[in-house]
Ligand binder design. Structure first.
Ligand SMILES: [Zn+2]
Ligand SMILES: [Zn+2]
Length: 285
């Protein structure tokens, strides 16, 4: 059975399309991406169902099954060409033309390389330099979206890891957090972070910057807007980084990665105030 998280995400994105018209275009794109990811997850699950659990001391990114993944990459690029906003659709056309060797390179480059993803804007520069052997930021963005279901499957099928302290990157795969979550605990709220790649959620400190380690309270602040009260923007005034946090104590219906994508006005606010996002999302925002 395919885990329910895919349907939950798709349902939430559909709901928010009407609640937050400003996010509608991005959410419609996400809904179709998540539908593709759900079917890819099902394929991965079918292929790996008899594989033993991965041992907890093996880094998640030691795994990479090209035999399984590569046949799905070209159909993925076709879907993206049909549904993505123009710059990403164009990037998918470019990557499709590179053929299997280029696809493998893009996947490996993202999986084993620096997980840093630049925004699509930076790509224009890379494309002008025109070195087709190199993966562009858009290639990495595409590889990231493609690999998410695989990473999620691996994260869900390994022995439990004992996490030391509260790391700023994912204890399973080393990915950056894409969004924070607040859940109720006793009289207060417990904070955790969700990984941009494998969607693993790990406990985090309430007042601590995952980008630079700042922990002095006056340097850390959070902002929210009354019309999107359950999402707040946590900023660090030492490194000028921000990360959105979804407050599930205010609405249990939220699905953090979807609500993060939907709340674009908060990104605009943060950027206007000089903050840079810790990790861009699949809309390149
Ligand atoms: Zn991870
Ligand atoms: Zn910081």
């Amino acid at each position: 059975m395919i885990p329910a998280q895919w349907d939950r995400r798709i349902r939430r994105a559909t709901e928010l399309t009407s609640t937050y018209p400003f996010g509608a275009e991005g959410l419609r794109f996400y809904t179709r991406v998540a539908t593709f990811q759900k079917s890819l997850y099902a394929e991965i699950q079918k292929a790996l169902k008899d594989s033993p659990k991965i041992s907890a001391d093996r880094p998640l990114r030691d795994e990479l099954d090209f035999f399984l993944l590569l046949p799905h990459f070209s159909p993925f690029l076709s879907v993206i060409q049909q549904i993505a906003p123009p710059p990403l659709a164009q990037a998918a056309v470019g990557l499709a033309q590179k053929g299997p060797v280029g696809w493998q390179h893009a996947i490996e480059d993202f999986w084993h390389g620096d997980p840093e993803l630049a925004s699509a804007v930076d790509d224009a520069e890379e494309l002008r330099t025109g070195d087709s052997r190199e993966s562009t930021s858009s290639d990495r963005l595409l590889a990231w979206i493609f690999l998410q279901p695989y990473a999620e499957y691996l994260a869900a099928h390994r022995e439990p890891t004992i996490v030391d302290g509260t790391p700023s990157t994912c204890p399973l795969c080393g990915g950056k957090p894409i969004v924070g979550v607040l859940r109720s605990e006793g009289d207060g709220a417990k904070k955790s972070l969700i990984c941009m790649l494998c969607a693993h959620e790990w406990t985090f400190r309430r007042i601590y910057c995952p980008a630079c380690g700042e922990e002095r309270e006056p340097q850390m602040a959070f902002y929210s807007a009354p019309e999107i009260a359950h999402v707040r923007v946590d900023v660090c005034d030492t490194c000028h980084t921000y990360l959105k946090n979804i407050d599930l104590t205010k609405t249990g219906l939220a699905v953090p990665i979807v609500d993060e994508l939907a709340t674009i006005p908060l990104d605009l606010w943060a950027v206007e105030h000089g903050y840079k996002k810790l990790q861009i999302n699949m809309l390149g925002i």
